[in-house]
Every structure is written in C-alpha cells, then in structure tokens.
Design a protein around this ligand. Structure first.
Ligand code: FE2
Length: 388
C-alpha cells in the first residue's frame, strides 16, 4: 500500500452512445452556452459529420460561429484567427469538433478568449500554465477519431511558426466540461487512420498501466481500455460500419486519456521525436515502437503485463508471471500485424541518418522520465535500432 495522500480526479461529464449528437442542444444549455463557436478543420466540412452537427444546431435554432481552418498541427495563428472570430461573432462558448488537433485548438481558444495574451504566455515549460486561473468559456468536445482522448485531457499542443517550436499548455481548467462520444461520428474513418489512432489509445493504456505511481482507479480504467482494444480494434479496422466496434474503440480512446493522467512512458518519447523529425503520424509511431518498449520494460512490469495477457483472453492460470508477460508482448505484436501496421520504421520513411537527431529529441522529451525502467540516451537509440 502506498504511503501518503493520493489525488484521484475524473471531472469530465461524458455522454456516450449512437445518436448522442442529437442531444447536443441540451448539453450546450446544461453548461450555459447560447452561441458556440464550432472549431474544426477544413477536411471535416467535406465529411458527413459536419452537416449532421450543423443540422442538429439549426433544428434547435442555435446560432453558432464556425472556424474551420485548424491545421493538422494547430498553429498559434489559427488560435488567434479563431479568437478574433469568437469575439466578432459574440460567442459565449466552444464546440471542439474533430480529431486531437481540432480539440486542442478549441481548448486554446478557451484560454486566449478568456484571458487574452498569446499562446506562449501559457507554455508549461516556463510555468505559464500558472497564468490560467479561470473562469474560462465552457467547451463541449466532440471527437471524430478514437485515439488521443483529448476530449477528457487537460493539455493542448500548439505550434508557434514564429518561434519554431511546439508549446504544451496544460491546466485542469482545459478539461472540457462535456465530452460527447457518438460512435456514428467515427464511422467514416479510413482503415489506416482507425489502426493508427487505435494503437495510440492502446499505447496510452499500456504506458499508463506501466507507470509506477499509485493510482488503482487509473489502472483499472487502463486495463478495461486494453481489453476493448484487444477485442474490437481489428473489427473497427476491417468493418468500418460496425457500430459496436466503433463504440468500444471510442471508449478505449477516452479511457486511455483518463488513465494517462498517471503519465506515459518511453514509447511516447520515441514517437514524439519520430513525428517531429520524420513526420511519422503519432499513432503509427507508437504502434511501431510499443513492442520494443514492452520488451525493454518487461522485467519491471511482469505483474502488469500478465494482466494485459488476460485482457487478450489468454488463460494465464498455469503460467509463471514471466511467461504471461511474454504472451502479452506476443499478443500486442500479433494485433499490430493483423491491423496492417508496418514492422519497421524504414517502412515509414525513417533513415539510418535520422537516428542521432531522433535519439537527441527523444531523450529531451519528458515522457520517458516516468517509464517504469529508466532510459539512457543509448537505451533510446537501441530501441529505435531494434525497429529500424
Ligand atoms: Fe499518444
């Protein structure tokens, strides 16, 4: 048993179910939003999702502003333009609609619309998050991918073009008031995106479970998320209209992000660097790096990985913890193969010459600090090498 005092907090109100989007007007009313600014990306306007959401708002005569210019990695200039629109249109709250980028952008619009200033004023690395004191405009988060879980997260990642780097802004005040999870809105996701984002959710659950902080609630949530991915990701990839699989993957993504309030691990340091240096999509990078990281961590995570094996339906009754942990790693590698994730980083454009810069940036990334086995620079390089 852990000594000292622990804090357990799960503040988001979550509505889940096919057709939940029809209740959006009521949810807006519940948090006092009369005229929302919808923040999304240009691609969303081309899908069936946007007209669906727009129809629900129009049917209830809810006036709204629309900012649809969020970049794939949201820029500080996107945020400023959205804030200008928020003010011009006299909006009083936000709807974040889309993947992690749209939701992160909407969170940052909350901050700047509420407090003024610039994105870098709130950078966590310089203590700027202390400047977020609230109250902020309310937000309803509507995810259309099942990966980041940003709808229940307290952080936003924004890139400053002028300053040439990404800013991480985190505060409990950024956690959306309401997350609206309607699996029907994720059915248009293509197979590769479903696989990559699904493996991001899976990596969140595995890494959160592996972190050694005392948080039995997050551990239980992570294990259930792992079970959902083990049972439903392959179906969601291969049967895009399977509402049950889409629903469970949406839950797994949300639960992954709830559980990683414990922290993440080395796979995320490796993947953050792969995205920054070689532009490998985040989920795909995690999917390729997770197995080597699990092997690296195995001796420190025998108990946890034995539980992961059980989530895959493996009967571990007669196995040693060591054998069960090994089976878990095999099951993850097998899942990855079945959903079409490439084995090697070279398959996604990474070259031997990138290794130094990748290692440097991964080592500077904070996630491996909470990895269950401490990582040297050389360890991280070796982990890349294993899958190069
Ligand atoms: Fe992630």
């Amino acid at each position: 048993m852990h000594s000292g005092v622990s804090k357990f907090s799960f503040p988001t109100t979550i509505y889940f179910g096919a057709g939940a989007i029809d209740e959006l007007p009521q949810y807006l009313k519940d948090v006092g939003i009369k005229k929302p600014l919808v923040v999304t990306d240009p691609g969303m306007l081309q899908t069936a999702v946007f007209p669906r959401v727009e129809g629900v708002l129009r049917d209830s005569a809810i006036a709204f502003g629309l900012f649809s210019q969020v970049n794939p990695n949201p820029l500080d200039s996107d945020i400023q333009k959205a804030v200008d629109m928020y003010n011009e249109e006299a909006c009083d709250g936000l709807i974040g609609l889309g993947g992690g980028s749209a939701l992160d952008a909407a969170k940052m619009v909350q901050v700047i619309a509420g407090h003024g200033g610039k994105v870098n004023d709130y950078d966590i690395s310089t203590g700027g998050n202390e400047n977020i004191k609230g109250p902020l405009p309310q937000m309803v988060a509507i995810p259309t991918t099942s990966g980041t879980g940003s709808e229940v997260g307290s952080c936003s990642v924004i890139t400053s073009v002028a300053l040439g780097r990404k800013f991480l802004v985190c505060s409990p005040l950024l956690i959306p008031a309401i997350a609206l999870l309607d699996p029907e809105l994720t059915m248009g996701m293509p197979a590769a995106l479903t696989a990559g984002t699904g493996m991001d959710a899976f990596t969140h659950c595995i890494e959160a479970l592996s972190v050694k902080d005392f948080h039995p609630m997050c551990d239980a949530i992570a294990l259930k998320g792992i079970e959902f991915v083990a049972h439903y990701l392959e179906t969601a990839v291969k049967e895009p209209d399977n509402i049950e699989a889409r629903g469970y993957m949406q839950l797994a993504a949300m639960m992954g992000a709830v559980s990683f309030q414990k922290d993440l691990g080395a796979a995320h340091s490796l993947s953050h660097s792969l995205s920054a240096v070689c532009h490998v999509p985040h989920g795909l990078a995690n999917a390729i790096c997770l197995v080597p990281v699990m092997k690296f961590n195995k001796e420190n995570c025998l108990e946890e990985y034995a539980e992961v094996a059980a989530c895959f339906g493996i009967n571990t009754f007669d196995m040693s913890r060591e054998e069960a942990a090994e089976k878990a790693i095999e099951a993850v590698a097998d899942l990855k193969k079945r959903i079409g994730i490439p084995d090697k980083l070279s398959d996604v454009g990474v070259k031997e010459k990138d290794l130094e810069e990748l290692t440097e940036k991964a080592f500077l990334d904070g996630c491996h600090q909470s990895n269950p086995r401490s990582c040297t620079r050389e360890d991280l390089k070796e982990l890349y090498r294993e899958v190069l």
